[in-house]
Ligand binder design. Structure first.
Ligand code: FAD
Ligand code: 2HG
Ligand code: ZN
Length: 570
């Protein structure tokens, strides 16, 4: 790990920071983050690695253990076994040889079909399409279709609708709520071959691209023309922009650029009956009737398949700084956030929270050295992005001086180089994967009013201390640790309960306790990951009966036969 430029304690370090900020070379653009060693390898890569690992037969535990480098690999339990109350909908037909022949005609290429219906394709070839990133959900699909054009998607869906064949749209399969994999034998429609950039206008900043373009590639593409994709997240090397829209993904830049609902200008979608809805508008303003595309943003593949998006990409900032602080209490973190907004204003582009436990898990799982010596109860990562180096430095220095002299932060570092900047971001982005290193993880993605945001983590920790399910070292306890981190700037907490195995007793302790806790504070039980299968049953904690009924009507209108991503969402 390269030496980081220390800015604290107090004035001596601040002077160093000032000197540092006067060097123009230090202010660099942050490109899409590099994969974090094995930790950040994409789900596809992980699957390749898994094939070589030893496997055991299906676990008799509540849930099979999670993939981890130092553990033998076990098969994931079928979702239908983990959730025996879920029954296959008898309205749906089972895929036949005739159906496969028909799909072959539509898609016209061997590469576009993974067929376990008419030939002997083994179960292991379907594993990456049937199992999710958390290795918590596993479907039983025997047919994967990979259309290359919107017309092919249309032909496939039209036929599926006529034949009552259920489907699951699938992007990079990095979703965290079990929405992207089948529950039973639904056909997977994988969008990875629908992956061309259609146009980019460097005057307006409007990018039009197929749904299957990988987020990192989209960002690099517009980056070459000095623009930035308005979304960034840890799975950028794997997830697809169509799916990002379908999940209304939030991520690390939302504080600055806002949500997909604001940035997406148009969509091309295929409805379940094969109709192509061409609303690929490039206009920022268009008040002509209901804004139907908004229903697909966050629709999680339940009313149609997004085949292309038109999105507004902002100008890329030429000056980017990242600072990483240690703080003594959550109150100090709130103070730091208040000051950051006040003093950094329009150049503040991220304010991320990490607790001590989350940084410790990241360190243990990845082996990476943490940026600060000693431990602090809380850490935060602040990013600024602007177009004027001198102006940004002046603002950042004033902010640093203030938070240090007022003792709001106790220690901190500022990245001096691109590598250091990436290392600091890795401390934040690497937590998600680190959480599941020991066997399994229960993930909660919550919107909570800021003053109470961290109390949930403290209460969850107290609960596991008193119910005897948690021990950080003793492997016989199911829970290893409870960690809290997230997008502080968006009031979005990620509560991760790192476990040594998926265990129904742990799940029962957490659910519906977490959801009740959040509902009492008028929060949301899903801030940015969506509902999928994991949160479907709990939607009532965040939405009224009237709203759920209206959602049901929308679903019925678009998908009367219910073939789109069944058993999920509502
Ligand atoms: P998938 O997982 O394949 O699919 C997600 C859902 O969208 C499914 O319901 C699927 O049916 C549907 N879908 C996929 N493609 C389409 C389409 N073209 N049309 C219609 N429906 C479709 N999420 C955040 O919001 N913020 C984060 O910061 C964040 N960080 C993450 C970090 C890591 C390490 C990981 C593993 C995940 C993270 N996620 C985050 C979750 C996930 O990456 C996002 O939900 C992402 O948008 C999913 O993209 P995907 O291509 O992997 O979609
Ligand atoms: C993040 O912000 C992602 O890192 C993932 O949204 C959160 O894994 C999680 O719980
Ligand atoms: Zn997040």
């Amino acid at each position: 790990m390269p030496t980081l430029h220390r800015t604290l304690p107090a004035l001596r370090r601040l002077r160093l920071a000032n000197a540092f900020f006067q060097q123009p070379a230090r202010l660099r653009l942050r490109p899409a983050a590099q994969p974090l060693r094995s930790l950040h390898s994409s789900p596809q890569v992980r699957q390749e690695e898994k094939k070589a690992s030893p496997t055991t037969s299906a676990s008799s535990a509540d849930h099979a253990p999670q993939d981890a480098p130092d553990r033998p690999q076990s098969k994931i339990k079928y979702t239908s076994d983990s959730y025996p109350d879920l029954k296959r909908d008898s309205r749906f037909k089972t895929v036949s040889k005739e159906d496969v022949e028909h799909f072959k005609k539509i898609l016209g290429s061997e590469a576009a079909i993974l067929d376990g219906v008419t030939n002997e394709t083994g179960e292991e070839d379907f594993e990456q399409y049937n199992s999710d990133w958390m290795r918590k959900y596993r479907g039983q699909c025997r047919l994967v279709l990979k259309p290359e054009t919107t017309e092919q998607v249309s032909g496939v869906l039209k036929y599926c609708n006529e034949q009552s064949l259920a489907v699951v749209p699938q992007g990079g399969n990095s979703g965290l709520v079990g929405g992207s994999v089948p529950v039973f034998d639904e056909i997977v429609i994988n969008l990875s071959r629908l992956n061309k950039v259609r146009s980019f206008d460097d005057v307006s900043g409007v990018l039009v691209a197929d749904a299957g373009v990988i987020l990192q590639q989209a960002d690099e593409y517009v980056g070459k023309q000095n623009h930035i994709f308005p979304l960034d997240l840890g799975a950028k090397g794997t997830c697809q922009i169509g799916a990002n829209v379908a999940t209304n993904a939030g991520g690390l830049r939302l504080l600055r650029y806002g949500s997909m609902h604001g940035n997406v200008l148009g969509l091309e979608c295929v409805l379940p009956d094969g109709t192509i809805m061409d609303d690929l508008s490039k206009l920022r303003k268009n008040n002509t009737g209901y804004d139907l595309k908004q229903l697909f943003i966050g629709g999680e593949g339940t009313i149609g398949i997004i085949t292309a998006i038109s999105i507004l990409c902002p100008q890329r900032s030429s000056a980017v700084n990242v600072a990483y602080f240690g703080l003594e209490s959550y109150e100090k973190v709130m103070e730091a956030f208040k000051e950051a907004k006040k003093q950094l204003g329009e150049i503040l582009s991220a304010f991320e929270l990490m607790d001590r436990q989350s940084q410790s898990l990241y360190h243990q799982a990845s082996g990476a050295k943490l940026p600060l010596e000693g431990e602090h109860p809380f850490y935060c990562l602040i990013e600024t992005s602007g177009s004027n180096t001198e102006h940004d430095s002046e603002k950042l220095n004033a902010f640093l001086e203030h938070v240090m002299s007022e003792e709001i932060v106790s220690d901190g570092v500022v990245a001096e180089s691109e590598t250091q900047l990436q290392s600091l971001w890795a401390c934040r982005e690497g937590i998600s994967e680190a959480g599941q290193h020991w066997g399994g993880v229960y993930k909660y993605d919550l919107s909570i009013p800021l003053p109470e945001l961290y109390s949930l983590v403290e209460d969850a920790r107290k609960m596991f201390e008193s119910n005897g399910l948690m021990h950080t070292e003793d492997e016989t306890f199911p829970v290893k640790d409870v960690v809290g981190y997230g997008h502080m700037g968006d009031s979005n907490l990620h509560l991760n309960v790192a476990t040594r195995r998926y265990d129904k007793e742990v799940e029962r302790a957490l659910e519906p306790w977490v959801y009740e806790w959040v509902a009492k504070r008028q929060g949301s039980i899903s801030a940015e990951h969506g509902l999928g299968l994991a949160k479907k049953a709990f939607i009532g904690y965040s939405r009224s009966e009237t709203m759920i009924r209206l959602m049901g009507k929308i679903k019925e209108t678009f998908d009367p036969k219910g073939i789109m991503n069944p058993y999920k969402y509502i």
